[in-house]
Structure formats: C-alpha cells, structure tokens
Design a protein around this ligand. Structure first.
Ligand code: HPA
Length: 272
C-alpha cells in the first residue's frame, strides 16, 4: 500500500513539476462539478494516468485531479470521487486522500450531496458537518496500520475542524447566505433509505444522510489533515413525504446551492 501511495505521489510531483504546491484540497461531490471552472491556470490529470487511482463510475463524477489557483491560493481539486457502492474497497476509495497527504496537503474540504432528515434543512440548503455517524458497516482503517501516517486507534473527537466551520459560518453571515450545521450519517447505498431507516437515523440525531465522505474523513484524520465537511441537501429523506427522488432532482438542487457555496469557499481559501 505504502509503495503505491509513494509512486502516485511521485508521479504527481513530477507532473506538476514544482509549479504549484497546494496545501488545501477540495473533494467535489455530486452536482458540484462547476467548481472546477473557477480554477485559474488549471493543470488537469485524469485518474487513469495516476498509479493506483481507480476510475469513478458514479453519474456526474468526472474522475480527474485539477491543480491550479483559486483567488491566488494554490488548490488541488478532486473532481469525481469514488464510492463504496461502485464496488471498490474502502482502501481504494480513500487512496487519493493518502496521496494528497503525501504530496503536502494539510487541509481538506469535502463536499457532498445528501438527503435531509431535518425538516428545517430544505433541499438546496448548505450545511456544515459538525459530526458524523459511520453506518457503512466497515472502516477504511481496517487492516495493517500505516504507521507512517497515523496511529492504530486514531481519535475522532473532532473529525471536523471547528475553526474552519466557524470561519465558513462567519463568511456566510457576511454574505447574507443562510446556512445550517448538522450531523451526517453515511450508508453504503446505492439504494436510497426506507422510511423506517430514515426515521431511525433521525432519532439517532442525524440531520443528513449520504453515501460518501466518512471514509475520506477517517483516512484524512488518520493522515493528520484538518477537515471541513460541507453537505448540500438535495432532497428530503423518506420521512417527510413518500415521493421518491431522482438523480435529476438531486443534481438540480445541488446546482441551486453551488453558486453560494462557491462564493463562500472563494473567501474561505484566502482566510483559512
Ligand atoms: N440518501 C443517500 N444519499 C443521498 C441522498 C439520500 O437521500 N441524496 C443525495 N445523496
């Protein structure tokens, strides 16, 4: 594993040839792809070129890394994430996070589309993740520990960096953009949750449900990264109504939040 991580890191370092050395990475979730358009001087590297990277098969996930700058800050965008439901292992979907840590990334913004389990969080809302519940039934750190990254039993007492959350809320207030904060629960998918599952998860204290993010956050924390998690609520979960939601609805609602999210992150990058 370590060798694969090293060879991917070497490949990227060689490719970007010291032109740019980002310390912050953004993982783009469903419907948040247009973020890539605001990157200046983008250098695009498709996953298939990078040793050890798997190819994203999820709808609207493109599968490439973009190195460049946003408001003069060097950034690395991961456009198209890998999901457990695609059939990849936990180690495969979190491999890019290990590589990011290896090439010097210190902070990671993880975005996703999620179902809302909280009536106050309506579709189209932006939500900072303050904590999570891993209901995927597994953990990406199972197996031999990578001691050079982190310890066997890493603490998750603060998986999401409170300073980054505070800054995100401060900027949203300055821009008069209403946002929420909440607890995210991850399931494997790909089927959406039943009524019974949604009401159970809401009773546990979850505000959002989705099929990603937590594996990357666990590996990111194990690798010593500071992490900000942002969900865009794209639909209500199955507790408030019985209408089923489509990929089109999810993408349309993610698109609604995209401009505001972009504006907040644009400022955050300069101040974080
Ligand atoms: N459930 C799980 N994942 C999701 C949902 C949902 O309702 N919406 C977007 N991603």
């Amino acid at each position: 594993m370590n060798e694969m991580i090293l060879s991917a890191a070497k490949y990227l370092e060689h490719k970007i040839a010291n032109k740019i050395k980002p310390e912050i990475a953004i993982i783009l979730g469903t419907g948040l792809n247009s973020f890539a358009e605001i990157v200046d001087n983008p250098q695009i590297i498709p996953y298939e070129e990078i040793p050890g990277f798997c190819i994203s098969t999820a709808p609207s996930h493109q599968g490439r890394l973009i190195f460049g700058t946003i408001s003069d800050v060097p950034v690395l965008l991961m456009q198209g994430r890998l999901h457990f439901y695609e059939g990849y292992s936990m180690q495969e979907i979190t491999f890019p996070v290990r590589v990011m840590a290896k090439i010097g990334i210190k902070k990671m913004i993880v975005t996703n589309a999620a179902g809302s389990l909280n009536e106050k969080i309506i579709p189209g809302s932006i939500v900072t993740i303050k904590d999570h519940i891993n209901f995927m039934g597994t953990n990406p750190l199972i197996g031999k520990n990578l001691d050079n990254f982190g310890e066997r039993f890493p603490s998750l007492h603060e998986p999401y960096d409170h300073k980054m959350i505070e800054l995100f809320h401060e900027i949203a207030t300055e821009k008069d953009i209403k946002i929420h904060t909440g607890v995210y629960v991850a399931v494997t998918g790909p089927s959406f949750e039943t009524h019974a599952e949604c009401s159970m998860m809401a009773k546990w204290g979850a505000d959002l449900v989705g099929m990603s993010t937590i594996p990357e956050v666990i590996v990111g924390k194990h690798s010593g990264l500071r992490i900000l998690g942002i969900s865009v609520a794209t639909n209500f979960g199955n507790i408030f109504h019985s209408k089923s939601h489509t990929q089109e609805e999810i993408r349309a609602n993610a698109g609604k939040a995209q401009k505001n999210l972009q504006e907040i992150i644009f400022d955050l990058l300069k101040r974080v």
